[in-house]
Design a protein. Sequence first.
Length: 371
Amino acid sequence: MRKRKSNGRPTIADVAFRAGVGAITVSRALRHPDQVSEALRKTIGDAVRELDYVPNLNARALASSHSNVVAVLVPSLTQNIFSDVLRGIYDGVEDSGLRIEIANTRYNVEVEERQIFEILRHEPSAIIVSGTEQTAASRKMLENAGCPVIQIMDITDDPIHKVIGFSHFHAGKAMTQHLLDVGYQRVAFFSGWMNSRSQGRLAGFVEALEEAGIYDPKLICEMGNEKPSASQGSIKDYHQFSTARMGRELMLRALENGPRIDAVFCNNDVLALGALFACASCQVEVPRQMGIAGFNDFDYMEAAQPAMSSVRIHRWQCGYQAMQAVRNELNGEPVGERIVDLGFEVVKRGSTDRNGTLGVPPPGDIPFTLS
């Protein structure tokens, strides 16, 4: 039996001796299980459990210029959007020997800049960052990070290293075009606070209406459009800027004060749900008198009455593919395309079924009034 260190803790050499392999092979199996055979993983795993071996992360960091940490920067920890992205990342990291550390940037580029600085001090193996609109300082730090940097949930022609996402501009334009194709003419845009990705959706909305010759800037309805500052510690997440209550209030304002609208494209699904509540309370028929569409396509959009149209984006796939890209690069495999466009889908449901193609009766000339 091999002697252990004076502190009594088993060493990687002890595990190697028990498993009948070299210490380097044990290290590789623990850090990158996918690089060794299943039989060898089992043999080494059995030895680890028998000896109650716990890897020394400090020693591992000293032996390498990078830790086994993949840093993930997202702007929110409470929204389903990023919950799904993180689920994809965690599904992708399984059996890799890597571990995830999450930073919440709270939709604030200054906070993101500080977090990137702190993250790089710990020499991560890779960085996954949401969005493509970093500050000049953040971009420079990421360009010089010396590890894979994957931008997600957006698209750009000039990624730092690799980008996996979709075009918010084209998604916004496509949904707006759907509303026009089914006959709506006075289409409003509802939003809360606008980040750069929301601005892309709005730009697509504007272009579709301009091409149709019916753009009216008065139909852009925003609420709470005040960007959080770095000093606002009480502002924790974007859900404070975009709620069903806000969507309801925006729709009530539009119905009461004009200009008259016959459809609304909401910046996200929760606003669309609030708009639907407002129409129900005012006896405004959806979709006959008002079309409503959202963005993200959460499950409650299909469960609503009527079921609501939305832009479906591939959140889980974005996180999973980002993690796979990290693993491939760390394993020395080809980088592949630097720009990966996952696309989107315009999901057409009853809330915009103005022509009755989904079983809703065709619209009549039914004016609405507030009771």
